[in-house]
Write a protein that binds this ligand. Structure first.
Ligand SMILES: Cc1cc2nc3c(=O)[nH]c(=O)nc-3n(C[C@H](O)[C@H](O)[C@H](O)COP(=O)(O)OP(=O)(O)OC[C@H]3O[C@@H](n4cnc5c(N)ncnc54)[C@H](O)[C@@H]3O)c2cc1C
Length: 510
């Protein structure tokens, strides 16, 4: 079937990254179609306990800036279900864990947040957990309410592009769009068919997440354990995560049976446990690969389609949401025709290094988990370091993503970082003022020349003249639609500098 109406953008994949990107593009009034391979988005693997995902600070800030946070705040945070148990357990601990590196925890009381000069207490806190299925339901509902068309049961299986558009084939139907974005996960068809090189390091282990019943549950002690053959984590009543350094020989080669799970569990734990029932199981590996380009002509990649790594440390979803936040407004400006030169290319320039760093973060954790004496020695050193103030602060910075900074040039230390969520004199927060998806110039001292300057960019930059409870020593700042600071001034604003930054990110003035 041939669909004659061309879309501005077709997105392959209604995972969290594709859905959030669709919302970002609709904010700019573009016509967006999401094609999703699966008929039914629901899956036990997206629900507790396996479907729990940790959101880092940049992801929470992105949702806050689009007014999605209240909808996403999960059962885990509102006190029901398994999330309640987890939260209660966390609250009761004498020292509250703030996160971990290869299972080695750092504690909130050791983190020195005063080292982060431009962070204000706000909704992002140190992180939040969400259930994958809940997140996708909220994002899909928002996307549909905004006018995104979502077609399920239609996997993209072919496409071709010209200088003007992309023709996409999915389940026997043909669609036309100006752009195609592959958000179709780690085994991305768009990436494979689109001629993107995908390079990295191969897997050393098969990882398992399993929900089991054990004949002798007390044989295993709860918590994470490194053993001479791998690693296992056990939480009662029967949630198990295991890593076996088998060169990923088992992953996706055979059915996961109770016998196999029992055999691996016995090998990695060294305990004589008996699995009497297997309710749910999946495998994963530590293969760490990244596309060497995120754009080929009119085809782009975002999320797991652009990079894969082990789930250790829980960064993949956050990395993908960061891609979508960064790409959405740039692609929108490109389609509208008001993007400055090179804006779309800055998506790769900014996001590829962030992805590469996360891949290395996951590789470093694997190095620490290998079942050998060298890794145990390294583990002992990390345990010592993570317990120091500077060590805990360093790991918190990396795990929470609070020190993310793009290299945008400019001498002010805030440029390239996430804008602080200022509490403004009118009672609103900066994040709320970014909901429209426009850029924003926040002018604490209401300088008339700054207002005049912003007016020249018409509807692309909004102007807010409002004082703040704590200005962090600033007098004005220009914020991109993704919440990243493009220009900032401490004292009398430099008009030339602000105009230069506005042109660099928002194109020619009207
Ligand atoms: C066990 C485990 C634990 C994890 N824990 C965390 C965590 O705590 N924190 C974190 O940040 N990350 C975590 N991750 C990683 C995170 O789940 C992924 O990085 C995230 O889901 C990526 O989102 P995505 O939208 O890019 O891809 P996906 O979620 O994979 O979505 C891709 C979508 O595309 C669809 N699709 C596939 N092919 C096609 C096609 N040809 N056409 C159309 N649609 C297609 C799929 O059906 C799917 O709906 C974990 C992963 C695992 C496996």
């Amino acid at each position: 079937m041939h669909n004659p109406i061309p879309y501005d953008v077709v997105i392959a994949g209604a995972g969290p990254v594709g859905l959030f990107l669709a919302c970002e593009l609709r904010l700019a009034n573009l016509s967006v179609l999401v094609l999703e391979q699966a008929e039914n988005p629901s899956s036990a693997l997206k629900r507790l306990p396996f479907g729990m995902r940790g959101l880092t600070v940049p992801s929470i800030e992105a949702f806050h800036r689009r007014g999605l946070l209240d909808d996403i705040a999960p059962p885990a945070n509102d006190g029901s279900g398994d999330g309640k148990l987890a939260a209660a357990h966390w609250m009761r601990q004498p020292r509250r864990p703030g996160g971990h590196f290869a299972g080695i925890q750092f504690y909130l009381d050791a983190v020195d947040t005063s080292q982060w000069r431009y962070r204000l207490p706000g909704p992002a806190g140190a992180g939040m957990a969400v259930e994958m299925e809940c997140l996708e339901i909220v994002l899909a509902a928002r996307a549909v309410a905004m006018g995104v068309e979502i077609r399920r049961g239609l996997g993209v299986d072919g496409f071709g592009q010209s200088d003007e558009d992309v023709t996409i084939r999915a389940g026997g139907e043909i669609f036309h769009a100006s752009w195609l974005v592959g958000c179709d996960g780690g085994r991305s068809t768009v990436r494979k068919l689109g001629g993107f090189a995908f390079t990295g390091t191969d897997a050393e282990f098969t990882g398992y997440s399993a929900e089991v019943e054990l004949a002798d549950p007390d044989t295993l002690s709860p918590g994470r354990h490194y053993t001479p053959t791998g690693m296992y984590t056990y939480s009662r009543p029967g949630t198990i995560a295991m890593v076996e350094f088998d060169g990923a020989a088992f992953h996706r080669t055979a059915a996961i049976t109770p016998e196999h799970v029992q055999a691996v569990l016995r090998r990695v734990s060294g305990a004589d446990v008996t699995v009497t029932a297997l309710h749910l199981a999946t495998t994963w590996t530590d293969r760490a690969y990244q596309a060497t380009a995120y754009r080929n002509g009119r085809v782009l990649l975002a999320g797991d389609a652009a990079h894969i790594h082990s789930p250790l440390g829980g960064q993949g979803l956050n990395l993908g949401l960061g891609d979508a936040t960064n790409l959405g407004w740039k692609l929108a400006a490109t389609i509208r025709g008001d993007a400055p030169a090179g804006l779309l290319d800055s998506y790769f320039d900014e996001r590829h290094p962030v992805g590469a760093q996360i891949l290395d973060w996951s590789r470093a954790q694997v190095a620490l988990m290998r079942p050998n004496r060298g890794s145990r020695a390294l583990e002992a050193i990390i345990r010592d370091l993570i317990d120091t103030r500077d060590g805990a602060t360093y790991f918190a910075e990396r795990v929470w993503g609070v020190t993310l900074r793009y290299d945008l040039g400019g001498s002010h230390p805030l440029v390239g970082r996430s804008a602080p969520d200022f509490e403004l004199a009118d009672g609103t927060r900066l994040g709320e003022r970014l909901r429209s998806g426009q850029g924003l110039l926040l002018d604490f001292d209401a300088h008339p020349p700054l207002r005049a300057l912003v007016n020249r960019w018409g509807g692309r930059i909004s102007y807010v003249a409002e004082n703040a409870k704590d200005r962090l020593g600033l007098s004005a700042l220009l914020v991109r639609p993704d919440g990243v600071v493009a220009w900032a001034a401490d004292a009398e604003p430099d008009l030339e500098g602000s105009a230069e930054a506005a042109s660099k990110w928002f194109g020619e003035r009207d």
